[in-house]
Design a protein around this ligand. Structure first.
Ligand code: AMP
Ligand code: GLY
Length: 426
């Protein structure tokens, strides 16, 4: 079977690695891929197509006998890639454009959760600055408040306002300066949730679902969760915070009613469902949904999957997910992101990368590339997040230590990373 993976981050490198291990897979194409997928060789090759070039991607899939396509990132889902492929009779993992609104419209997802009594922060929706200002004036004794652009903003459209001034500035950036363009046409202002965050990932055919191990992401750039928000600087799984009891609540109160709610509304949800949770005194509520796997969480949950990934992906498309094995290794995994100096603000690219030879010999260590480029001779940096260095171990401690040993074998000018990934769980 030939498989096409869409995206260019470490998440897609991990998807590619996992898919390529499947025996029934002859070729894996990654569009556009990165330096890491370019270097995989064997059955894996990059295809120079943008993730948003939907017609070209479909033509490529048809011309190259692609039997299964896996969408890594959210942009093509919002544009309707799943609808397009299905109309052409091509199998694809992901939700339709309508179902992907769970991620692409925060207004839709908040109203959906309210309709189906799924626990989440209380909220109000605004369409212009004056009404949002009035709301802030009326509620100014309750800070912090969380102010969010409704549309997709690559993880940057969320403000935590600790006082009225910060709230008004956020509203100004969204409605007046329009820094996120149309994604900020609607704004959600919601209650600040206390607690600790974790992520749960399901693969679903719309009715049946299978769960990966729960993970925790590290969103801030600096050690001790300080500094700016990023795409994610590291992750580990399983997250002990999500006890079996919490997981049971997440299934009963969140995952099952979400899938049933989408079915009842005529918008069957298929593919990966990412539930971002806040867990407070053992009670989970939803911070956000995403319609895809997380990055960097994917780089720790996939290496812990023992069963055949492609068989499960196929079953999710064919509606038979209840019939496939979906077992996890009884191990832990940690991933440390190495970023370009300056990320998440301005950073340089094109820096030569050095990787010590010992790294490839390290057992239970997986080097996933993100922003790298390989021109056939040289590997250089090409993005903010450059690598996601994953290690598996029999304990979380072992996986963290191993990942950091591997991190030290990689160098490029300006490289930076957090030194406390997973520390809070130890
Ligand atoms: P989102 O893009 O909705 O996941 O928000 C990004 C980050 O903002 C989350 O990972 C949380 O750390 C934080 N956040 C979002 N909504 C809330 C909330 N209602 N209460 C507390 N923190 C939040
Ligand atoms: N790790 C956060 C995200 O993928 O959105």
């Amino acid at each position: 079977m030939n498989v096409l993976i869409i995206g260019n981050g470490a998440r897609e490198h991990a998807l590619c690695w996992s898919v390529a291990r499947s025996e029934g897979v002859q070729r894996v194409f990654v569009a556009p891929g990165n330096g890491g997928t370019a270097l995989m060789g064997g059955k894996v090759s990059n295809v120079p197509l943008k993730v948003t070039a939907l017609d070209d991607l479909l033509r490529f899939a048809v011309d190259n006998g692609v039997e299964l396509t896996v969408v890594g990132s959210e942009a093509p889902l919002e544009l309707g890639i799943v609808d397009l492929f299905r109309r052409a009779g091509k199998k694809i993992v992901g939700p339709t454009q309508s179902a992907a609104r769970l991620e692409s419209s925060k207004v839709f997802s908040k109203k959906f959760m309210q309709r189906h009594h799924i626990p989440t922060a209380g909220y109000h929706v605004f369409h212009d600055a004056p009404s949002a200002h009035t709301h802030i004036e009326l509620t100014q004794t309750v800070f912090p408040q969380v102010i969010k652009a409704s549309g997709l903003c690559a993880g940057k459209g969320v403000y935590i306002a600790f006082d009225k001034e910060q709230a008004l500035r956020a509203i100004g950036e969204l409605f007046e300066e329009r820094i996120f363009g149309d994604a900020g046409n609607e704004v959600v202002i919601e209650e600040f949730l206390q607690g600790e965050e974790a992520s749960v990932f399901a693969l679903t055919d719309g009715t049946a679902y299978q769960l990966f191990l729960p993970a925790q992401d590290h969103k801030r750039i600096g050690d001790g969760d300080t500094g700016k928000n990023t795409g994610g600087m590291g992750a580990y799984a399983p997250a002990p915070l999500v006890t079996p009891e919490v997981m049971r609540m997440v299934e009963e109160r969140i995952i099952q009613p979400t899938l049933k709610g989408m079915r009842d509304e005529g918008s069957l949800y298929t593919g990966f469902l990412y539930v971002g949770l806040m867990i407070n005194e053992g009670e989970p509520s939803v911070v956000e949904y995403n319609a895809r796997m997380g990055d960097p969480e994917c780089q720790v949950v996939l290496p812990l999957l023992k069963s055949d990934f492609v068989a499960a992906l196929m079953a999710s498309v064919e509606g038979s997910l209840d019939d496939v094995p979906f077992e996890m290794h009884r191990k832990s995994a940690a991933t440390v992101v190495i970023a370009s100096g300056g990320y998440p603000d301005h950073y340089e690219t094109g820096r030569a990368i050095n990787i010590a030879d010992e790294l490839s010999a390290m057992e239970d260590c997986l080097l996933f590339h993100a922003g790298t480029e390989y021109d056939g001779a040289r590997l250089v940096t090409a993005g903010g997040r450059v690598f996601s260095v994953t290690a598996v171990g029999s304990t979380l401690r072992e996986s963290i230590d191993r990942a950091y040993r591997a991190v030290k074998m990689i160098s490029f000018e300006g490289a930076c990373y957090r030194t406390d990934i997973g520390a809070r769980a130890l």
